[in-house]
Design a protein around this ligand. Sequence first.
Ligand SMILES: [Zn+2]
Length: 281
Amino acid sequence: MARSAILFAFLIFSATTPAQAVDDPALEAAFGRLSTPAPGPTRTVGRNTNGCILGAEALPLSGPGYRVVHPNQNRYWGHPDLIATIRGLGEAAAAQGLGLMLVADLGQPRGGPITGHGSHEVGLDADIRLNPWTEGELPAVEIADPTEVYYVDGARSTAVNSKWGAAQAALVRSAAERPEVERIFAHPAIKKAFCEGATGDRTWLGKVRAWYGHRAHFHIRLGCPVGSPDCVAQAPVPEGDGCGAELDWWFTDEPYAPGDPNAPKPEPPPLPAACTALLPR
Ligand SMILES: [Zn+2]
């Protein structure tokens, strides 16, 4: 999720939705400068929105069915469970003939607050582009600075555009059907497309959560891994497919109502001590 969206959401819905983390830019910069993982056994600490990871693993820049984009940003680190999930998704994309899956941000080598995102802090979140590459070899320029392909025209559009198709649906569904994936964030219009079109067993659909942005990529989130006692789990997704009234709310004015400009800015929650300990002194 983009940080601006989180801020926006916090300001307007603090009464109706759980508080979202708002990160300190200095901490984001400090974690952004760390180029290597913290040594030792893998351990995620804290929440997706306020935490870090020790012993993170790098996703290889390319593998069967996938390619990491903008690798110079060094945001391809995560828990080995997440690395395994992405590799599995790449293999599934290849097996389904969807094209080359483009993997954007996971997290920084030590996780932590990350510029441009509200979460992606504990090595359990990843952004996947909705446009698998299908035109032969991926050009270097598209690796370094990939073109954003939007499947929903505007922030408040209520339907996907004509680019949305079977490949996008298959990519998202393939991720949602994996048992280790707890949540997926997608634009409300994308969720709506699934609510209207998904056939067969729909139990996976409850994991696809409508959220701001997410018009060119979707976001996958894993639950707390085994062996990370300091990982703070999030609430499970509600029962059901999440279609109906819950989704309809996104097509009202309420999510987009301007907030009170005089409201106090929420304070970032303190980062767990085990995370600040990863910064140079
Ligand atoms: Zn994301």
